[in-house]
Design a protein around this ligand. Structure first.
Ligand code: NDP
Length: 486
């Protein structure tokens, strides 16, 4: 093995000495590294996504002293942020998903990886370095790209699902579970996620969980199936499909199902419906460029993390062939980054330290906001709310959150980045809806808005409520909400 690599290095260097390009990035070629000298906002490695695969890739890239930028995506931290305990991560006996993510991120930042609260919108592959346009309108030129955008929960597509989304229908027991204490809920799905959701709901004190499995067997691994059987308040119904989610106009009241064996249709009373029916990969931005299967999962070159496009690698749940587990996401993230660094940037492109020094002025540098104080203020009393929000001379965004809300935590970097974008133009304040009841009551009485779910974003101008949205928002969506009021 050593002999082979020595032989390769010898040929590679000989090629350079003789002025023959042994790498595909030779002079005048599309992948000529000197193309980068004309580019601004340049990065050696662009990582799309900040779940375990993206963060592991970031650790490897920045530790190897390659300029590494992570676009965090709409759900920073990915699906591990919604996981209670991770028990099978080597070297760590038991750790909460968000804690594991925080540790990985800290490690990557410690090595110098940069993070931006933004997502990939489009990539122009017609020239190289590839031109990446973000949701927030930034252009980054990337010499290599690691697609680590994971997968998003699938929806059922039945009547009532959209109407009651966030009003009883959801995909995250760890986020919303506490709201269903002593109530009856339904979980849809027969995989590991469904069982995990059911167990979390039991732990949160729901009185009954009915798990609906559409076939006669569950897909979950045996140990999970055995674990769920021990739960007295969990009832599994096989051969049962959801026909409709019913409600009273405001919240979910039940699920209309069909028993495929008897043909009987009936309603299971429930105030919550948790969907755990698998997920779909977030790969649309490389559609028609990178080979993918019919479902959108990326197809990789055998035993590598290389996609069909030069310089583009994949890691984590965007790939169908591997199990979707945190440790596997990390493994593929490490592998993708090693291939990006060793095989692509170093060997194929011929990016040397000398060249990286030449490119110093071209590399992306994080812009630091002029005034970073007072951009994110916590408001706890009605008096302060009136002064800071209702009497403000500039528009104010109010971010209602609770301590246990995962989506709210995931939105923090986005809110901070947004606040930096609009320093002195828009004020951003936070209110803990789980403790500042005087404020939520005043909002209900004065502005007729019930803060029943978080994150809930309100926009005020001249003491008037001019915008509201109850969901996680991207930096661009926040910007769209407020820009017309400036
Ligand atoms: P899976 O794809 O494994 O399972 C999806 C389940 O939803 C299946 O039972 C499927 O039924 C059912 N389903 C799909 N569409 C519908 C529909 N329209 N209506 C009703 N039911 C439907 O997804 P998971 O999210 O459970 O797991 C994904 C991956 O993540 C797996 O590899 C899993 O092992 C892993 N995972 C591991 C965990 C752990 O280690 N603790 C925890 C969670 C996930 P059918 O079988 O009939 O297709």
């Amino acid at each position: 093995m050593k002999l082979v690599s020595r032989f390769f290095k010898f040929n590679f260097c000989l090629g350079i000495l003789l002025g023959i390009s042994s790498c595909i990035g030779g002079k005048g070629h599309k992948f000529d590294v000197s193309n980068a000298l004309e580019k601004e906002n340049l990065v050696d490695i662009l990582i799309a996504g900040s779940g375990p695969s993206g963060l592991t890739a970031a650790i490897h890239g920045s530790r190897s002293r390659f300029n590494t930028l992570v676009l965090e995506g709409p759900n920073p931290g990915g699906q591990l942020m919604r996981t209670t305990w991770v028990e099978n991560f080597p070297g760590v006996e038991k750790i909460k998903g968000p804690q594991l993510i925080a540790a990985m991120r800290k490690q990557a930042e410690g090595f110098g990886a940069e993070f931006i609260a933004d997502s990939v919108k489009t990539i122009d592959f017609s020239s190289w370095p590839y031109k990446v346009m973000t949701e927030n309108g930034m252009i980054v030129h990337a010499m290599s790209i690691i697609v680590a955008t994971g997968a998003s929960p699938r929806k059922l597509g039945v009547l009532g699902e959209e109407e009651y989304w966030g009003k009883g229908v959801g995909t995250c027991a760890i986020c919303d579970g506490p709201l269903y204490r002593d109530e009856e809920v339904v979980v849809v799905g027969g995989g590991d996620s469904a069982i995990e959701e059911a167990i979390q709901l039991v732990n949160f004190g729901v009185s009954k969980v009915t798990v609906l499995v559409r076939s006669n067997k569950m897909r979950a691994i045996r140990i999970m199936q055995e674990r769920i059987k021990e739960e007295e308040s969990v009832f599994i119904k096989h051969n049962t499909v959801v026909k409709e989610i019913e409600g009273d106009g405001e919240f979910v009241t039940g699920v209309r199902v069909l028993d495929k064996i008897s043909g009987e249709e009936y309603v299971i009373p429930a105030s919550g419906v948790f969907l755990a029916i698998g997920s779909e990969p977030n790969t649309w931005f490389v559609k028609n460029v990178v080979d993918m299967d019919q479902r959108g999962y990326l197809i990789l070159q055998a035993r590598t993390q290389k996609t069909s496009k030069e310089g583009v690698f994949a890691a984590g749940d965007v790939e169908a062939e591997r199990q979707h587990q945190a440790i596997i996401a990390c493994g593929t993230g490490a592998q993708a980054c090693i291939e990006a660094v060793d095989d692509w940037l170093t060997r194929e492109i011929g990016l040397s330290r000398k060249m990286m020094n030449k490119l110093r002025d071209n590399y992306y540098k994080k812009k630091v906001a002029g005034v970073t104080t007072t951009i994110l203020k916590e408001v706890k009393t009605v008096e302060v709310f009136k002064k800071e929000v209702l009497e403000s001379k500039i528009p104010v965004i109010v971010d209602f959150y609770t301590q246990s809300c995962v989506s709210c935590k995931q939105m923090v970097p986005t809110i901070k980045a947004f606040a930096e974008d609009y320093v002195n133009k828009v004020k951003v304040v936070k209110v803990d809806a789980g403790s500042a009841f005087d404020i939520t009551t005043m909002i209900k009485n004065t502005f007729k808005v019930s803060i029943m779910r978080v994150p809930y974003i309100l926009v005020f101008k001249n003491g008037q409520l001019v915008g509201k949205k109850q969901s996680s928002l991207t930096r661009k969506e926040l910007s769209d909400m407020v820009s017309k009021h400036i």
